[in-house]
Design a protein around this ligand. Structure first.
Ligand code: ZN
Length: 243
């Protein structure tokens, strides 16, 4: 079987500097860290970032050659070009998997695909949180315990203004009392989407084995299915002749 072609996109602004907390935690950026941490024989992983080129590393060709796109953005959502956003949305409709991570709930492609504001409540109190696995038979939770804890994570809480998800995968509790539907799936056209909230850049979240297991499972789950003979907006003849 051909490996899945994965592109990991990172805004890569705040964690650029070697001396910033994120730079110390993830030298070379979170995208490069995730590429190494998720490496497997069935995955062919490349990375891209906001300043890579005029297309933020996501040319038409790169997106056509991407089966699953991971996205991490935080403070520079507004700098992502509309043309690139439109291309991503089109590719999701065609079947490309899309995995927005952490503060990418406000990323342009995610909001365009959801059609809602995707706003939520938050604070950076370094809350401890517990992710409760509410869908233990789902492909995304295989090999993941019924609950697991992250010692520090940015609190994201309800109400999260998303459309009703296809499936909830984890519900997260934060020690400040908030709860969050921060791990859920959607379908848009032929594409599968998994939003996963952990991953504040100054905490070692992407070194947690359960978080990595979930992301790895999600990549395989979001992979495009068989190409179908589907052309939107086509005029068709009736299947049955009128008497
Ligand atoms: Zn954050």
């Amino acid at each position: 079987m051909k490996p899945l072609r994965v592109t990991i996109w990172n805004e890569y602004l705040g964690d650029h500097s070697k001396h910033s907390p994120a730079g110390k935690l993830y030298p070379g950026g979170m995208h490069e860290h995730l590429k190494r941490a998720l490496a497997a024989p069935d995955l062919e992983i490349r990375t891209a970032w906001l300043g890579k080129d005029i297309n933020h590393g996501l040319s038409k060709k790169v997106l056509e050659e991407t089966d699953v796109l991971l996205w991490w953005g935080h403070g520079a959502h507004g700098m992502v070009r509309g043309k690139v956003v439109d291309r991503i949305v089109k590719r999701v409709h065609e079947g490309m998997g899309f995995i927005p991570l952490h503060s990418s709930h406000m990323a342009k492609p995610f909001r365009a695909l959801m059609g809602t504001t995707c706003t939520l409540r938050w604070n950076e109190n370094k809350d401890k949180c517990v992710l409760w696995n509410v869908n233990p038979n789902h492909p995304i939770t295989q090999g993941v315990p019924l609950h697991f804890r992250l010692e520090k994570e940015e609190m994201y809480g309800e109400r999260f203004d998303i459309p009703k998800p296809d499936e909830l995968i984890f519900v997260t509790w934060f020690e400040g009392g908030n709860v969050f539907r921060g791990s859920c799936t959607f379908t848009r056209g032929a594409g599968k989407i998994f939003y996963f909230h952990p991953g504040h850049e100054t905490f070692p979240t992407y070194k947690d084995e359960n978080v990595l297991k979930v992301i790895g499972n999600a990549i395989r789950w979001a992979a495009p299915g068989e190409k179908r003979d589907f052309q939107p907006n086509q005029k068709v003849k009736p299947l049955v002749e009128k008497a």
